[in-house]
Design a protein around this ligand. Structure first.
Ligand code: CA
Length: 236
């Protein structure tokens, strides 16, 4: 079995060192860079399973790095944050993060989060392979070969991991209204973690991404006070 590759983007050597140490001892293949620009270049050239991204970097903020990465990759991203005001933005997850940890953190905790995310991704990929026949039956959306994105025509939507999970769950239950709790559950988050209000943000982003390619189609309908549903187009 090949090792999962983790990319660490952190300019403080001591923090990077503790992370490298714990992740390597957990069997990961770790690469470390100190600049956002280097991280973007690496992700565009090589394949990583996950990225740990510091927000305060010398050349650009972690938010900017994430935005640029999201144009080319749906790699899961765990943010390292140092300040409370950063946490708000990360928790909003509008920038496409999968998780975050605040400094100072325990390296073991970070390693545990990494493992949870990778497990979730494997689980989701296996599930999707089983569902592939259903997915292909829709004439608008197609599962991308990577198993973690959808295509409209030949164009990928560029969904983040969490957006992909939300849309998959909605899709699997076409024309059924799902509550925010049910949708969070699909993403592997317990609804008491406080992510609930972010479902709306994610749905908004998914809609914007769909709209770029299908301007006149409403794939996801809002049912005020209840939740959301995938509109298969056959019942309305
Ligand atoms: Ca830093």
């Amino acid at each position: 079995m090949t090792k999962s590759r983790v990319l660490i983007v952190e300019d403080e050597k001591s923090i990077a060192d503790t992370l490298i140490h714990v992740l390597e001892s957990e069997g990961f293949d770790v690469q470390w860079v100190t600049l956002g620009g280097d991280a973007i270049e690496l992700v565009s050239q090589q394949s990583f399973s996950l990225m740990i991204l510091d927000i305060g970097l010398p050349d650009m903020t972690g938010f900017e790095v994430c935005k640029k990465i999201r144009l080319i990759s749906d790699i899961p991203i765990i943010f390292l944050t140092a300040r409370n005001e950063e946490i708000d933005r990360v928790v909003g997850l509008e920038i496409g993060a999968d998780d975050y940890v605040t400094k100072p953190f325990s390296p073991r905790e970070v390693a545990a989060r990494v493992k949870v995310i990778l497990r979730r991704m494997n689980f989701q990929n296996n599930n999707l392979q089983e569902n592939q026949s259903i997915v292909i039956n829709d004439d608008r959306l197609k599962l991308a070969q990577s198993g973690c994105d959808f295509l409209i025509g030949e164009q990928s939507l560029g969904l983040t991991t969490i957006e992909f999970k939300l849309l998959s769950r909605l899709f699997e239950h076409s024309n059924v209204v799902l509550t925010r709790e049910q949708l969070l559950d699909a993403c592997g988050y317990a609804s008491d973690v406080g992510y609930e209000r972010n479902v709306d943000t994610h749905i908004k982003t998914i809609r914007a991404k769909v709209k770029k390619q299908l301007p006149d189609t409403e794939l996801i309908k809002t049912h005020r006070g209840f939740g959301y549903c995938y509109n298969s187009g056959s019942s309305s």
